[in-house]
Design a protein around this ligand. Sequence first.
Ligand SMILES: [Ca+2]
Ligand SMILES: [Ca+2]
Ligand SMILES: [Ca+2]
Ligand SMILES: [Ca+2]
Length: 562
Amino acid sequence: TATCSFDVTVTGLAPDITCPNAITVNNDQGQCGAIVTYAATETTAIPPSVITYDINPGSFFNVGTTTVTATATNPVGSDQCSFTVTVVDNEKPDAMCKDITIQLSSAGSASITTADVDNGSTDNCGISGMTVSPSSFGCANVGNNTVTLTVTDIHNNVGTCTAVVTVEDNVAPIAICQDVTVQLGTSGTGTITANDVDNGSNDACGIASMTLNNSSFDCADIQSTCDKNALDFPGTADEVRIGNLGNVQDWTIEFWFKTVGNINYQNLFHTQALQGNNGVRLELSSNYPAGHLYYFINGGGHTVVPLSGTLTSGVWHHLAIVGDKTNNSTKAYLDGVLVTNDVHTNWPASFSDFTIARGFSASAERDFNGSIDEFRIWNVARTQAEILAAMNMPLSGSETNLAHYYPMNEGSGTLVADQAGNKDGQLLNANASTAWVEGPAPVNPCNIVTLTVTDNNGNSNTCTANVTVEDNVNPTAICQNITVQLDANGNASITAAQVNNGSYDNCGIASLAVSPSSFGCSNVGGNTTTLTVTDVNGNVNTCTATISLQDNVMPVALCQDI
Ligand SMILES: [Ca+2]
Ligand SMILES: [Ca+2]
Ligand SMILES: [Ca+2]
Ligand SMILES: [Ca+2]
C-alpha cells in the first residue's frame, strides 16, 4: 500500500456587517432623552460572527444625536459600521401659574414679573425663558385681569398658563383744603360747597366725590377772632425755645395738650431746658404706678407728684401747674379739676431757659409727642376759679399778672409770638410746614369744616379748612312820619322807636338812633329827621321821616281889671 497526505485549509469568510438606518425618536415622557434599542445584522460570516456595540442597545440616549458603532467579529476577521441615534425633545414645558393681588402705586401704575405668577414651571430638559403678558397695569385695570405666562424650553418648545392678577387701588386721595369766607345773605344764612374748600385734591385714579361735614352757616357762626392752629410735635428734638424768663416768685403755667399713643418719658415743658431735674418740668410717663403725669421741681432729690387719672390719647386736655412759693404749695389742675395739692419748699429762683415740648437732659431727651396750644405763663398763683374762667377763652394779652402768652396761631414759620410779654418763642429742630396743624384746642376755635375726598375705588382722605363767616348785609331801615305836639314849654322830643316802622336785619339790630330828636317853636311845621339803624355786626343804614310839629297849646290869656 502506499499512502500520501496533503493539507486542506478551510479559510472561512470574514463578517460583513450592516447597520440600521439613522434612528430618530422622541424623548421619553418627562426625560430629557430616551431609551433606544437597535440591532446591526451580519449573516454571511463563516463561522458566524458576534456583534458588539460601543453603546449597547437599550441604553439611555440624551436629547441630541449620538453615533453608535457596531462591530461584528469572527476568527477570520471583523467588520464595523456606524449609525446615528437622534432623540428629539418634543415635550413642552409644564407651565404652572398662580393668581396674585397687586396694588397700584401712588402714580396709579403697577407691573409684574414672570416670577410673580410662576408657580414652579418645569421642563424635562430645562427652561430657557419666561414672559408674561400683560405685565403693566393702570387705573383702568382695577379688578381681575387674566395674564398669560409663556414658558419656553431650551429646545424652543412653548408652554403657557394663565393667572388672574387682581389689581387694587389702595392709595387714598390727596386731600388739599383752602380756607374760605362765606357771606351771609339777606336771610342770615350762607352755604359753601366742597368745591369752595377743595384746593386741588387729587388721586391718580380719579376722584369720585367730595363732601363737607358742614356747609351751612348763619349769624351765630360769625367770629371776630378765633383760634386756627395748634403746634404738633412728633416726639423728636423739636421744641419751642423761649429762653430766659428771669426770676420768679409765684407762678402758674397752663396750656392745652393732646397726647398720641404711648406716653412714656415725655416732657411737656422744662423751665431749664435739658438741665435734668433742675427747674420745673412736666413729664408724661407710664413708668410710675400711680398715674401718667408727673412734675419735678428743682433738682436734687426731685419731687415726683403723680397726677391721678389717665389721659385720653387724641383728646385735648387742659393742665395748670401752680407754684405758690408764698404759701409753700403746689397744685395741679387737670381740665380744671384739682388733682394734686402738695406742700413744697424747694423752689427755683428763675425760669432760666424755658422750653416747650422737650426736656430732661441732653443725653436723655424726653421729647413730647402730640399737640400743644394756648400756652400761658402767669406770675401769680392762679386760683381754681380763675383757671376755670379763662381756660376756654382766648386772652387779650393784657390781663393782669399774665407774663407770657403763646396762642400758637401763626400757622406757618418758626416764630411763636408772645402776646403778653416780649419773649417770643422759636420753633427749633422742627419742620415748620407740618408743625402747625389745624384743629386747635377748644379755645374759641374757628369754624372748621372737614372735606372728605373719595376716589373712584372707595379710598378716602380728609383735610380741614377754616370758614370765616361775614355779615356784610346792611340793615333795612324803614321810617314812618309822625306828628308831635309842642308841650306847654314849647318843646317836643322824639325817640327812634317812634320813627322806626319795622326796620330789620338779617342778623339782628343792635341799635337805633334818630337825629334830630328835639324840637322847639321855631320848628313848627314839617321837619326831616334821620333814623340810623346799626346791626349787630356794625353795618349801618338810614332812612328819613317827616316830623310834623304842631303847636296846639292855647295861649294863656291873662287879663287884668283896669
Ligand atoms: Ca422640553
Ligand atoms: Ca386712589
Ligand atoms: Ca392756637
Ligand atoms: Ca346785617
